[in-house]
Design a protein around this ligand. Structure first.
Ligand SMILES: [Zn+2]
Length: 483
């Protein structure tokens, strides 16, 4: 090995192969003891799936310090560094690295080779993120480092070795490349205001609509890339059968359906599930928001561009003129947007909209506050889906406290924490009968809240109560969700 470089071969199909000896030499040069790393990760019996053929590496891959980006293949598959498997039981990473906050992995980093140009590194990062089902990719400059983190299942997880061998020049190239991908031809040094821009990219043969947000910080440009949600259907909401059947009926007619959730990633998935379940055949569908809610050929997405004046309010003004049958709005952010969305629903369109609130009662209050009159609201609002994210108890070690609750304990499976990531609880409140009458009559929030508590069996409060009794989470975690 010379100076710690990692030799590899690029195969005709685009994959990269590394010999076992080259990998071990490289890790040794980096001061990493592979045995110790594996031991810390909980592996006792090791077999290897690394290519062990002692073929000579492709000289072009190791001698050219910096081939032009244009000559690189359009995408690079992440190097397969899954060398470790326990023989029995079936392969499973240590939960401490799988479902809890913390490092994504302790494996050698696939981006360590400086020969990989910025374009390839970005491609590999985004491909890796898509493969892991990440919701966002964070590139955060901090103290001369460029930290890479992925939000997966709502939890931000570190990729600790990402910048290990990246020079500051390479870090800058990565940021510049991502800005260029998003069609933002701005010198990172000249960015003084937040930038928002979308772009599409083919990842694993799927065309994905991504969204890039860039802000200047004291340490440099901080980038967050939003990945599109995985295709979702109503099963994602885990509604009780009759609640799901009611909702499916509503999705075949007009009116307003609101998703009340403060957790943006869960909300997008719910919006997508509702859109997929609505009757889109032969209809005109328009989605409005920073990201495309669903990758479906028959829908049109109006991507927001606040810098160019295309805000939620301006975009929602086009709903009527676009003669849309179904409209999805990521968020009812301001009175103009709320009014345009409400008017379309009142006129017969199916409008599915997100709201950054905690509950159905709060969503109704928010709509009233934004100027929607009580009488038409009571007739047009059909249902509110309520979502909240809670920490999930580890099923291996949770301890029953009494008839109706459990507590966290901690075991090897959960790294001693007692928790196994997060889960989203989903409830639904149908606006009909007495609840619709109360809204029409301009009832107070307290009256609406009482009515929901009395007559909505699938409200988030009830779903949360059930989750506590079943040991999905603890009473403390769900406390804020009870009415
Ligand atoms: Zn446990």
């Amino acid at each position: 090995m010379d100076n710690g470089s990692l030799k590899f071969m690029r195969m005709p199909d685009g994959t990269i192969r590394i010999t076992e000896s080259a990998l071990i030499d490289f890790l040794t040069d980096q001061g990493i003891d592979l045995g110790e790393v594996l031991s810390k990760a909980g592996y006792t019996e090791v077999t290897t799936t690394i290519e062990t053929a002692e073929s000579q590496p492709d000289p072009a891959a190791t001698e050219s310090p910096s081939p032009p980006a244009e000559t690189q293949p359009p995408s690079v598959k992440p190097i397969d560094h899954e060398p470790v498997r326990q023989a029995e039981p079936p392969p499973r990473q240590s939960p401490a690295y799988e479902s809890l906050p913390g490092p994504l992995e302790t494996k050698p980093d696939q981006f360590a080779d400086q020969n990989l140009r910025a374009a390839q590194i970005c491609d590999a990062v985004l491909t890796d993120a898509a493969g892991r089902g990440a919701q966002t990719v964070h590139l955060d400059p901090h103290g001369g480092r460029l930290l890479l983190r992925l939000r997966i299942d709502g939890v931000l997880r570190n990729k600790p070795n990402f910048d290990r061998n990246l020079t500051s020049a390479m870090q800058r190239e990565i940021v510049e490349h991502l800005l260029k991908l998003a069609d933002t031809q701005i010198d990172p040094d000249k960015i003084t205001i937040p930038i928002d821009s979308g772009f599409t990219m083919t990842i694993n043969e799927r065309e994905m609509a991504l969204h890039l947000s860039a802000v200047p910080t004291a340490d440099g440009i901080r980038l967050v890339i939003h990945m599109p949600s995985e295709p979702a259907d109503l099963g994602l909401l885990e509604l009780e059968n009759s609640a799901r059947a009611n909702l499916e009926k509503l999705l075949q007619s007009g009116g307003l359906i609101v998703v009340a959730s403060k957790r943006r990633t869960g909300r997008d998935s719910a919006l997508q599930a509702l859109l997929t379940a609505s009757n889109m055949s032969g209809t005109s569908v328009l989605t409005i928001g920073p990201d495309c809610v669903a990758d479906i050929d028959t829908i049109s997405h109006l991507r927001l561009d606040p810098a160019a004046g295309l805000t939620y309010g301006a975009a929602s003004g086009a709903i009527k003129r676009q003669d849309a049958d179904t409209v999805v709005l990521t968020e009812l952010r301001d009175p103009t947007t709320a009014w345009n969305a409400f008017e379309a629903a009142h006129d017969g369109a199916l409008v599915i909209a997100g709201a950054n609130v905690d509950s159905a009662c709060d969503a109704i209050t928010e709509l009233r506050t934004m100027g929607i009159e009580p009488w038409p609201l009571g007739g047009t609002l059909k249902a509110v889906i309520e979502q909240a994210s809670v920490s999930a108890l580890c099923e291996q070690c949770r301890l029953r406290l009494d008839e109706s609750s459990y507590e966290a304990v901690g075991c090897d499976q959960c790294g001693g924490t007692g928790w196994a990531g997060t889960t989203i609880l989903t409830g639904i409140v149908f606006v009909d009968g007495r609840l619709a009458e109360l809204i029409r009559a301009g009832a107070s929030s307290a009256q609406v809240s009482c009515e929901i508590a009395d007559s909505s069996p699938w409200s988030l409060a009830n779903i949360a109560q059930n989750a506590v009794e079943l040991g999905v989470t603890t009473r403390d975690q769900a406390a804020g969700l009870f009415l």
